[in-house]
Design a protein around this ligand. Structure first.
Ligand SMILES: Nc1ncnc2c1ncn2[C@@H]1O[C@H](COP(=O)(O)OP(=O)(O)OP(=O)(O)O)[C@@H](O)[C@H]1O
Length: 196
């Protein structure tokens, strides 16, 4: 039976960067689970790669069809942005192992839905000062940098990913993303052990 590997971490901890490398690794041969969001696409993002970008009507349609495995809402300064995992036919644990970026809440929902032997957490961490610098550098490159949202998310993430929340979910291993290559290698090694 396949497994679902969940990459988690605060904003700008490096999830997207690490996801791309792990996803490209031929030895691991993981299939990506692409989440859905109603937030606007960033300049360098592609629909169906980082996320499927949908509107709230499309999300409501999935709900009516009972296809929403989990969803969360963020009350941003631009209104509510939804993120979620949709049972759209992407996931078949008889055939593949999967990789996705997710939140603690979503990890818990996935674990409840598929079972905790199938859903494995990979929590990425980096010192807050470094994370803020990386977030700012990334935001500056956007067509319309949104520094208010960057600050809101930075503060919100520190609550969402508190030590207490992590320990309540039994997540006690952190993958420190100081040196990208080392962090990726640690994650790859542990995933390989879990799928062999
Ligand atoms: N080890 C690293 N060293 C230096 N820069 C890094 C490292 N890891 C990631 N970055 C850079 O930090 C920024 C944030 O990384 P990334 O976009 O992957 O984070 P994220 O966790 O997916 O963020 P978000 O949840 O906000 O989308 C990017 O510009 C990325 O290139």
């Amino acid at each position: 039976m396949g497994k679902i590997f969940c990459l988690m971490g605060k904003s700008s901890s490096g999830k997207d960067t690490i996801f791309k490398e792990i996803n490209d690794d031929k030895d691991l041969d993981l299939k990506p689970i692409v989440s859905y969001t109603t937030r606007p696409k960033r300049t360098n993002e592609t629909n169906g790669v980082e996320y499927f970008f949908i509107n709230t009507d499309e999300l409501n349609k999935f709900e009516k069809e009972n296809k929403v495995i989990e969803k969360r809402v963020y009350h941003t300064i631009h209104g509510d942005w939804f993120y979620g995992t949709i049972n759209d036919g992407q996931i078949d644990l008889n055939k593949n192992n999967y990789l996705l970026i997710t939140t603690l809440e979503a990890y818990k929902s996935l674990r409840d839905y598929f079972g905790d032997d199938k859903v494995c957490p990979f929590y990425i961490d980096i010192e807050d000062g470094v994370r803020l610098e990386r977030a700012l550098e990334r935001e500056r490159k956007q067509d319309k940098p949104n520094y208010d949202e960057l600050c809101r998310r930075f503060l919100a993430d520190n609550k969402d990913f508190s030590d207490e929340n992590l320990s309540n979910l039994g997540i006690n291993k952190l993958y420190i993303n100081e040196n990208l290559e080392n962090c990726i290698n640690d994650i790859k090694k542990d995933i390989l052990n879990l799928i062999q």
